[in-house]
Ligand binder design. Structure first.
Ligand code: MG
Length: 162
């Protein structure tokens, strides 16, 4: 039976940090604050995969108190979790994400983020979708204080039984 998982993450947008979304470095004067590289997209997708597999959340597996993950490239977390669920007998069917950011404008970056996620998840491009929304100048996203990402992932058992 297929299983769906939901992921969500928020990081503050601050001066002096790189902006990395879905493993793609985006040139911008501000970036996301966090113990790791604060890739809000990878974190939301990791949580969606863990959710679909019934494996808890990102903090259970990659605690920010663990020096191994401090400053970590979040694509490592994503490829690790993909390998983990594959070993448990799951294949990734598709992934859909919404990135909420007032700045920068993400439209020109969506294809690169999509391609990066497809590569990291080991699925074809058509199985990944990336949407971008502004915050309409209201709330933490709209004031440019944070970037938020939501993700859903569908997993299928590798065996077709049942
Ligand atoms: Mg995070």
């Amino acid at each position: 039976m297929a299983r769906v998982g939901l992921g969500h993450d928020t990081h503050r947008l601050v001066e002096g940090r790189p902006l990395i979304l879905g493993g793609v470095r985006i040139e911008h004067p501000r970036g996301l604050l966090g113990h790791s590289d604060a890739d809000v997209v990878c974190h939301a997708v990791v949580d969606a995969i863990l959710g679909a597999a019934g494996l808890g959340d990102i903090g259970d597996h990659y605690p920010d108190t663990d020096p191994q993950w401090r400053g970590a490239d979040s694509t490592r977390l994503l490829t690790d979790v993909v390998e983990r669920v594959r070993k448990l007998g799951w294949s990734i069917v598709n992934c859909d994400v919404i990135i909420h950011a007032q700045e920068p404008k993400l439209t020109p970056h969506k294809p690169a983020i999509r391609a990066s996620l497809a590569r990291l998840l080991g699925v074809e491009l058509a199985s990944v979708n990336v949407k971008a929304k502004t915050g309409e100048h209201v709330g933490p996203v709209g004031r440019g204080e944070a970037v938020v990402c939501e993700a859903v992932v569908l997993l299928n058992p590798l065996t077709t039984e049942g």
